[in-house]
Design a protein around this ligand. Structure first.
Ligand code: ADP
Length: 454
């Protein structure tokens, strides 16, 4: 084994926990130079500068290389790959944008813009190159949330140049209008055209993340926007009062239909901590978020408290996470940002950690990485459907009569949905969604059941 292979071999023990592969197989090792005197220099190039395990990888690499006694000096650089979004070749201004994150809500006033803005700034604080696009033409809030000394728009050739604050690239229709407000009346197609021009006509440059503050709802405008650019993943913002409402379900279904994976659901204004007794009050009730996420196999949920300083910061023109870094609420935004980084990396670079659900030769089976394929009786999986038609959303009691499901039921189509679930179309015409965790539980039960039978 030559020295370069020895180094690669030693580093191959370091696993990326999200991508489920070692950093050598993932192609993270670059610019490996070994001098005659044993000076080794190399760069570990991660998927994003905001990688939450960057420091851990660095110390793991130093430890992994220690046993190679011939290394006299180690120069280890931690870098990030240049984003290249090949899907965006047609929209030149977005070509070097690594991931596009849509922040969406079913209704206005739930805190969508607050989450989008603070998520973007939190990603910036974590070291990423970030842009924030306010696509809410009727109610642009970016000029209020981020007040700039100089917000005159400049053009370079055909390009609109984004505005900048602390390195954050910003664009909003509000910056283009005198009073920083949206138009009073515009027809839908016109709005879609303006959003299109502003999003794809802005020269965003090299970005790791572009956060889009989506127009609220599931109408034509958000649908057109979602079809216009390949959105890597979406965060849905809602409030406890709205969470069980049909609009949130419509939002989730819109992204599912448009094949945009859902990164997570943020339940905003979910608790209030009283100054006098320090107790966290769920003034709008609790429990609906868990039910919704179980039904739609949403892996990441976040609860943001009502925080008067967040509201004051929004009005002050300096984002909350810049003004109050480290506060309890800022830590919540930090968690949302870290999850966004991890989930987008998984979505862009593929995860080897996912199971496979297959139907072959009349047998349905699930196989987890490194494990054997476990057969699952089709009728059992069909009966495990957790949709609102099959179980009572509030009590969890089954609504489906087991006798109504034939033993011969079979899947007609199986497809991966987002990062954590499979959609199954059944021969009885029903569609179900199964999360990876649910499949693990069902397959284990099915396995126990089958082995007890034999
Ligand atoms: P949307 O984009 O959904 O219309 P905004 O982000 O503009 O909602 O928020 C609406 C109002 O609620 C703003 O005044 C904002 O400052 C305030 N707000 C949002 N989230 C919170 C929170 N968690 N605590 C206190 N005020 C909040």
């Amino acid at each position: 084994m030559n020295q370069a292979d020895e180094i690669r071999n030693a580093l191959s023990v370091i696993m990326d926990p999200d991508l489920g592969q070692d950093i050598v197989s993932l192609g993270f090792i670059h610019d490996l130079i070994i001098s005659d005197s044993g000076h080794v220099s190399l760069e570990i190039r991660l998927t994003t500068p905001a990688c939450p395990v960057k420091d851990l990888f660095k110390s793991q690499a130093e430890n992994a290389l220690k046993p190679l006694g011939w290394i006299t000096q180690l120069t280890l650089k931690m870098g990030a790959s240049t984003p290249q979004n090949t899907l965006l070749k047609s929209a030149k201004g977005l070509e070097k944008v690594g991931a596009i994150i849509a922040v969406s809500s079913c209704k206005g006033g739930v805190g969508k813009s607050s989450v989008a803005t603070n998520l973007a700034y939190q990603l910036l604080l974590q070291g990423a190159r970030v842009g924030l696009f306010d696509a809410d033409i009727y109610g642009p809030s970016l000029p209020t949330m981020v007040r700039l000394q100089n917000d005159g728009i400049l053009m370079e050739g055909q390009w609109v140049l984004p505005l900048e604050d602390r390195g954050m690239k910003l664009m909003s229709f509000g910056y283009l209008s005198q009073d920083h407000r949206g138009p009073a009346l515009l027809r839908g197609p016109m709005v879609s055209q303006i959003i299109n021009q502003l999003l794809t006509g802005t020269f965003w440059g090299e970005l790791d993340y572009l956060v889009i503050d989506m127009p609220p709802g599931t109408g034509d405008i958000p649908i057109t926007l979602t079809q216009l650019v390949p959105i890597t993943g979406a965060l849905i913002v809602t409030t406890p009062q709205q969470i069980s409402c049909v609009d949130v379900v419509k939002g989730i279904q819109m992204f599912d239909t448009l094949k945009v994976p859902i990164i997570g659901v943020v339940e905003n204004m979910s608790t209030f901590t009283c100054n006098h007794c320090d107790t966290e009050h769920h003034i709008f009730g609790s429990g609906a978020l868990e039910k919704l996420t179980a039904q739609f196999c949403i892996a990441n949920t976040f609860q943001m408290p009502i925080d008067p300083t967040l509201s004051q910061a929004s009005d002050s023109g300096t984002p909350f996470v810049i003004q109050y870094p480290g506060s309890t609420t800022a830590q919540k935004f930090d968690a949302i940002a870290k999850t966004t980084v991890q989930e987008t990396a998984k979505l862009r670079f593929g995860s080897q950690n996912r199971p496979q659900l297959k139907y072959e030769n009349t047998t349905l089976s699930v196989q987890f990485p490194g494990g054997e394929a476990q057969p699952i009786p089709s009728a059992k999986l069909r009966l495990s459907c957790r949709c609102a038609l099959c179980i009572d959303e509030w009590t969890g009691a089954p609504k489906l009569d087991p006798a109504s499901i034939s033993e011969s039921i079979a899947p007609t189509q199986i497809q991966a949905v987002g990062n954590y679930a499979f959609g199954v179309q059944w021969s009885d015409g029903h569609s179900s969604l199964y999360g990876d965790e649910q499949l693990a539980k069902i397959s284990q039960n099915a396995y126990n059941h089958l082995t007890q039978k034999s």
